[in-house]
Design a protein around this ligand. Structure first.
Ligand code: ADP
Ligand code: MG
Length: 213
């Protein structure tokens, strides 16, 4: 298994790479190589492997994973993020909830401009789990500012359980939602995954085993 500790201990990697991986704040390390594409045939393996070359970053293109829980959206987002960190790119992982709360905190303490500027310098911003919780009006407009600032400059990888036509419900406002979607989707690689949950697969596998024994 490839994890932060293993990366820290890997003598082939220099310290600047280790720092980049650490600074990315990945909640766990998963690699694209560990992803079982045969379990999720809807995911275009060739395209994912191509994205691992990181050329998409040169054109500030975004990657968006849409699908139900357990299909590997976070896994793939982290997998591509790890590739970028290993190439010394600045990567930063947030859950949507963390990001919104940081934006609101920065706004309250009059640090919003600096904070958004610092996030605009991140080469790949990963925003995980958009759509599980509603985003209030104030946070929606701060999020729009951030997305606008990064638009056509830096790449964002976003995961969501909500199809695009339901984004109005997340942000409580169709106009803001479509303005955000417009910028995110304009130059992007959307992956629509409707497959079965890998977590459940493991659950069923275990139940199967229990029945046999
Ligand atoms: P999502 O973000 O879509 O809810 P995750 O990326 O968190 O799903 O995946 C759930 C768990 O299942 C993780 O441990 C992940 O590594 C694993 N997983 C999901 N899909 C696959 C797959 N196709 N091959 C290998 N592991 C997978
Ligand atoms: Mg996830």
């Amino acid at each position: 298994m490839y994890n932060v500790l293993k990366i820290q201990a890997d003598s082939r990697l220099d310290n600047s790479i280790k720092t980049k991986v650490k600074k990315a704040k990945f909640p766990f390390i998963k690699t694209v190589e560990e992803y079982d594409f045969s379990f999720q045939p809807e995911v275009d393996e060739k395209l994912i492997k191509e994205l691992c070359n990181l050329n998409f970053m040169d054109d500030a293109k975004n990657i968006i994973f849409v699908g139900p829980p357990g299909v590997g959206k976070t896994h793939l987002a982290i997998g591509i993020g790890v590739k970028a960190a290993l190439q010394r790119k600045r990567v930063l992982f947030f859950t949507t909830e963390e990001l919104m709360s940081e934006l609101i905190k920065a706004n309250i303490s009059s640090r919003l401009v600096e904070y958004i500027e610092s996030l605009a310098r991140i080469d790949i911003l990963i925003i995980d789990e958009l759509g599980y919780l509603e985003v209030n009006k104030a946070a929606s407009s701060l999020f729009f500012k951030l997305i606008s600032k990064r638009y056509e400059k830096k790449s964002t990888i976003l995961t969501t359980n909500k199809p695009f036509e339901e984004w109005g419900e997340i942000f409580g406002d169709d106009v803001v939602a479509s303005a955000i979607l417009d910028r995110l989707l304009h130059h992007s690689y959307p992956f629509l995954i409707s497959g079965k949950s890998y977590r459940m697969r493991e659950l069923f596998k275990n139940t199967g085993k229990n029945k046999e024994s």
